[in-house]
Design a protein around this ligand. Sequence first.
Ligand code: MN
Length: 285
Amino acid sequence: MSIRTLQQIIPAIATSDGGGVKLRRSLGQKQALRVDPFLMLDEFSSEHADDYIAGFPDHPHRGFETVTYMLEGHMLHQDHLGNRGDLKSGGAQWMTAGRGIIHSEMPQQESGRMRGFQLWVNLPAKEKMKPAGYQDVRPEEIPLQKLPGGGQVKIIAGIADIAGNPIAGPIQGISTEVLFLDVRLPAGETFNLAITKDHNAFVYPYEGTLAIGPAANRHILASHSAGVLSDGDRIEILAEEHAAAFLLLAGRPLGEPIAQYGPFVMNTREEIEQAMADYRNGQLV
Ligand code: MN
């Protein structure tokens, strides 16, 4: 049995995207800073409407999946097919762009706190051109497991084996076998979990500081930083003096070449040029 250690820290940088939404970007701030199959992680969190109200007006995607998870606030998604999805506090949306989607993601609140994440997950070459699709997850569909020491785990995707009790999240059947957890720990508590060996994994504390790894090889990860984990078959994560909350992501690496231009993620330069031409010619979707 081997416990994963903290291998690399990617502090989030402040940036903005869409119509001018202020956010923190860890994975994906540079193309070298990805954790296969994860391409990007954005955290948005503000009480000021000016930081989010412009939202993400109509824009395209091709070749990967976007996962939006809202902690607080209300976001409306609409696409070129006329699909509408209403994302409320505690809910999630798993969107497979596949060959193409043109959509908008717009905050529906005019005041108050907006807080959440968007994760980009790559698709294998053979699925990049499949039809677009969605799975909308209401907050009550996400299982919440209490931990013995007073913490809790929400299972958004995959199966978490918590103390011999496997719990499946609402999102299943993703070919990269993504495990997506939202974990909250009181001060002094440790979270232990089996993670499939050879799957890449990272942790993103959004409140508090974590100590990661076995007692003899523990490293500190500050909030708003992605901590990339070594290989191994378990994790041990401790909230030291203060309570902490973090996302845990793991997935099967694709090991395929990546060609990316903004919202298009393919395997080759030629496929990117095709995507841009298709978008210009109204053939993306
Ligand atoms: Mn989008």
